[in-house]
Design a protein around this ligand. Structure first.
Ligand code: 4AD
Ligand code: MG
Length: 444
């Protein structure tokens, strides 16, 4: 009997098939046993009717507990009432083979607290909501690569163990590298710039690490980032790449994951609006807008949180109220040089702001992309490294890139889990990672 995966079941109507999977739920009424079987691609109702099945199989069906593994065989038939099945199919069983009877499964259909679920993350992943998020995660990763691969970018990997800090020294995870201090990479960017000079348009995609000491809904200590880097590219040119790339990712999920977005009860109307071009405002304009919004704010607590002066970086509340003013993701450009990384190019005629742009997602999700035009002048970069108190000897190779064929170039990094949280409409970033790492969690 051919083993068929549930996602393909519609092509087998009227045929006898075998499904290998797990019991998601079971209800029984004497001579009828309803098994909700999942196989990783979906859930389908399988019906064991005492009159139509051998005695041994019927007894096996009755003995199944939640998450028991099974091999079931039966005929695919259309049934509009079958819950949760793709296109409304169910299987009339002719054989049930028990592979393992599951011990009492800790995650039952009742409500569980998030700590309990997080402790059982290795099992929680089987639940329908988590299944939907991880399926979308996989498509987001694929669609990111897809867009870059078809637009002339080459994927080059960058190291995780690195001697140099790139995104500030306060969030470094230090490791003892045979007696030498080294760090887990906060970004692949510096190596990306070297790769870019070899291949023109490149990207890296991998795990990055930040010792974020605060507990928020947006921060992980280990997250994935995709980082394109483009030679001979200004910040304005970069933003066009960013908006097309983002549109492709969002629209691909909308096209391919209607069912998953429904499970997540995601209102997709906001996502449908994510088409290039995106609005752009300067940091100066954003500050002015924030002052006005704070003026209008009636909740005293929120008013306090919205306090901001020119030169401050945005916090979550600022990004939230800013993005509420726009239907699409919005670019904020020209941040103060002092709040951004050392490698960003200061404006020629106004060095207190730099050629930087963050992309803020709507509905309060905030920064999903950070990007900039890099300093390409050797002496200016050296001065910036010194001004940030970074040890010049660790950046000699990076400075080389400004000695041998330097040119204006730009790049950005999009956080994978932030993007998933936004597209899936999650209340907390932890659900966007299969095994989230946060301030108070590094297991399972
Ligand atoms: O703005 P960031 O720090 O930029 C960089 O690392 C650049 N080197 C990227 C580049 O130009 N190649 O981080 C980029 C993105 C953020 O916009 C956010 O989406 C995500 O990475 N991010 C985090 N995601 C989850 N948890 C954290 N602690 C994150 N920190 C940054
Ligand atoms: Mg940033």
């Amino acid at each position: 009997m051919p083993v068929v995966r549930i996602q393909d079941i519609g092509a087998h109507e009227g045929q006898e098939v075998t499904i290998e999977g797990w019991i998601y739920a079971k209800t029984g009424k004497g001579r009828l046993q309803f098994l909700q079987v999942r196989d990783g691609t979906g859930i389908i109702q399988c019906v064991a009717f005492k009159k139509e099945i051998d005695e041994e199989s019927f007894a096996a069906a009755k003995s199944l507990t939640q998450e028991s593994s099974v091999r079931v065989t039966g005929t695919v038939r259309a049934d509009d009432r079958a819950p949760g099945t793709p296109g409304g199919f169910e299987v009339g069983l002719s054989n049930v083979e028990v592979v393992q009877i599951s011990s009492e499964y800790p995650i039952t259909p009742k409500e569980h607290g998030v700590e309990f679920l997080s402790d059982n993350r290795h099992l929680w992943l089987r639940s329908q909501r988590q299944w939907a998020i991880m399926r979308i995660r996989s498509t987001i990763m694929r669609s990111m690569r897809e867009w870059l691969d078809t637009n002339g970018f080459m994927e080059v990997t960058t190291p995780i163990i690195t001697p140099a800090a790139a995104e500030g020294t306060s969030t470094l995870f230090e490791i003892d590298y045979f007696g030498d201090p080294s760090y887990l990479a906060q970004t692949g960017q510096l190596y990306n710039e070297a790769n870019m000079a070899a291949f023109g348009k490149v990207y890296c995609f991998g795990p990055t690490f930040r010792a974020e000491k605060s507990k928020t809904r947006r921060h992980l200590t280990e997250f994935w980032m995709i980082e394109p880097e483009i030679a001979f590219c200004t910040l304005d040119q970069l933003l066009e790449v960013e908006e097309q790339f983002t549109e492709h990712v969002v629209q691909t999920v909308l096209q391919q994951h209607k069912a998953e977005l429904e499970i997540l009860e995601r209102d997709t109307s906001a996502l449908e609006k994510v088409t290039a071009p995106f609005p752009r405002i300067t940091y100066d304009e954003a500050i002015e807008l924030l002052h006005k919004l704070r003026e209008e704010e009636t909740d005293p607590e929120m008013k306090e949180m919205l306090k901001i002066e020119w030169g401050d970086d945005f916090g979550s509340p600022h990004e939230t109220v800013l993005t509420q003013q726009f239907e699409k993701p919005v670019f904020v450009t020209g941040y103060p040089t002092q709040v951004k990384a050392f490698y960003m190019t200061p404006h020629e005629d106004r060095p207190e702001v730099c050629y930087s742009a963050d992309l803020l997602a709507p509905e309060g999700y905030g920064e999903v992309i950070g990007g900039s035009q890099r300093i390409h002048d050797h002496d200016q970069l050296l001065a910036a490294i010194k001004a940030h108190d970074l040890p010049v000897e660790n950046y000699e190779w990076y400075l080389d890139l400004r000695k041998f064929g330097s040119q204006p170039h730009s790049g950005f990094g999009m956080g994978l889990e932030r993007t998933i949280a936004w597209i899936c409409g999650l209340g907390h970033i932890r659900e966007a990672s299969p095994y989230p790492r946060m301030l108070q969690r590094n297991s399972p």
